[in-house]
Design a protein around this ligand. Structure first.
Ligand SMILES: [Zn+2]
Length: 226
């Protein structure tokens, strides 16, 4: 087959491309649909479980205020643990760039909300992150996204702090990473083990932040100042 006119050829090419785009689109739609079906199946199982929990607590699950509570609670729990489905690679893929910047990069007061894995009760507070770039840097908002990915899971504060530091360390291979988290644990506050405004502080220092006292002090002075 010969093409005599460029426009005719373009027509054939674009028709072919449209077919390809359409079939890729269909595949993506099917994948999305099956994922949604799986999610809603899981949600209804969680909903049934919440209904059991409520009636075992002595509640009347048929009373008006509780009618949709199991479903709402199931949705809330799925939202609060959605970090399991996200990876730092997904969000950092196109966000890392080369830069000849060697000064400390600090982002402080990143809000975080998580669930303690021992009691399934919230703990929340702030994360402060710093790193010393070694050619690679990342958009500052992505650091907050990393915090979100790991906080929207069942956690203990120490592990959360470590996971955030390791993720940054692996993605950027910096000369050092420091992560400090200050958080209030409702499981301790509500049981009277801790006062409302007393927070638990955890930190992980890697590379120069661990080995060099002055670097560590500079970071702590800048972040922990009230
Ligand atoms: Zn707890």
């Amino acid at each position: 087959m010969e093409y005599h006119h460029a426009s005719e050829m373009n027509g054939v090419v674009s028709e072919y491309l449209n077919m390809r785009i359409e079939s890729t689109h269909n595949d993506l739609c099917k994948e999305k649909e099956s994922k949604e079906a799986e999610e809603s199946q899981k949600r209804s199982l969680i909903e049934k479980s919440y209904s059991t929990i409520l009636s075992e607590l002595g509640e009347d699950v048929g009373r008006e205020g509780l009618l949709r509570t199991p479903l709402r609670a199931a949705k809330a729990m799925q939202f609060l643990t959605k970090g399991y489905k996200e990876t730092t690679q997904d969000i950092l893929n196109d966000a890392i760039f080369d830069e000849n910047h060697e000064e400390m990069v600090i982002v402080k007061d990143i809000e975080l909300f998580s669930l303690c894995e021992h009691h399934l009760v919230p703990f929340f507070g702030k994360a402060h992150i710093a790193y010393l770039p070694n050619k690679k840097v990342v958009g500052l908002s992505k650091l907050a996204r990393i915090v979100e990915i790991y906080s929207r899971r069942l956690q203990v504060q120490e592990r959360l702090t470590k996971q955030i530091a390791s993720a940054i360390s692996e993605a950027l291979e910096p000369a050092g990473v420091a992560v400090v988290i200050e958080a209030v644990h409702m499981c301790m506050v509500m049981r009277g083990v801790q006062k409302m405004n007393a927070s638990t502080v955890t930190s992980v220092m890697l590379g120069r932040f661990r080995d060099d006292f002055k670097t560590r002090q500079e970071f702590l002075a800048l972040t922990m100042r009230k």
